[in-house]
Write a protein that binds this ligand. Structure first.
Ligand code: SF4
Length: 271
């Protein structure tokens, strides 16, 4: 079973992140709730930097659902061609803009369930919009947060939803609003996917990850334990070899020991 961080340690974990980054912000470029929806929808399987490059040109010409629909799918596609899955994303951006016009009076709803009805908007995107645009204490679990939840033991789970529920339970109320940003930024810059930089991690003492990355030149704790085990095993082997040798020697000695013939019979002994 996955190890789980205690409530006290989770509080201390957040306290450190809060101290290091008191006002965390999204790194996505947006100008209003609508452009935030579009930017987050575009960011699926793409970097914020890549999305910002594209939207820096797109948003000045289309920052409302009406303008986006007027621009049309082909032209939207031209602006976002540098982002992965751009064809499908262009289709969704225009479709969600149409739905906002038809069903929501051109306004972005401040409600997760309503947001999830928009084409290309899943729970993660809806949570980001609720949190960033409408100040709701939602936690959007992306790849970074999913990894941190499991790796540190703060909210282990097999699915993003399980991690989200776990985080909602364990995160102290005062940290809920910014938890999502602290965790994303920590995952993006310190607790990286391939090699977490544990040697410079400010929350290392609360994290339950076993194979923490040591600073260059220092052996990881787990390797040291293995070396210790090896030493113990080899010293055990050596001592058992020595015992074996000793036994052999003793046996040889015993074997070479001349058999003594009794020179006289003990008193009263019968033949
Ligand atoms: S100690 Fe390592 S694994 Fe744990 S949170 Fe820090 S960087 Fe991530």
């Amino acid at each position: 079973m996955a190890r789980k961080m205690t409530r006290d340690n989770a509080r201390a974990f957040y306290a450190v992140l809060a101290k290091n980054g008191p006002s965390p912000q999204t790194e996505l470029y947006y100008t209003n709730p609508y452009t935030l929806v579009v930017a987050v929808a575009l960011s699926a399987q793409a970097t914020d930097v890549g999305v910002n490059k594209a939207t820096a040109k797109l948003f000045p010409v289309a920052d409302t659902p009406k303008k986006m629909v007027a621009l049309g799918e082909d032209k939207v596609a031209d602006y976002i061609k540098t982002i992965g899955l751009w064809r499908n994303k262009a289709k969704n951006v225009v479709a969600l803009s149409k739905m906002l016009l038809d069903d929501f009076g051109g306004q972005v709803p401040a409600d997760r369930d309503q947001l999830e009805k928009l084409p290309g908007v899943g729970r993660k995107t809806a949570n980001v919009v609720c949190n960033v645009a409408f100040g709701q204490p939602t936690i959007a679990v992306d790849t970074h947060i999913f990894r941190i939840g499991n790796r540190t033991g703060i909210a282990p789970g097999k699915s993003p939803l399980e991690v989200e529920k776990g985080l909602e339970k364990i995160t102290p109320e005062e940290y809920l609003m910014d938890a999502h940003h602290w965790l994303i930024l920590h995952g993006r810059y310190v607790c990286k996917a391939r090699t977490p930089e544990c040697y410079r991690c400010s929350v290392s003492e609360f994290c339950l990850y076993k194979d923490k990355t040591p600073a260059a030149g220092v052996k990881p704790a787990s390797a040291l334990k293995k070396t210790d085990k090896k030493k113990k095993t080899s010293s055990k082997k050596t001592s058992s070899k020595t015992t074996a040798k000793k036994t052999k020697k003793t046996t040889i000695k015993m074997a070479n020991k001349p058999k003594l013939k009794p020179t006289s019979k003990p008193n009263g002994a019968k033949k």
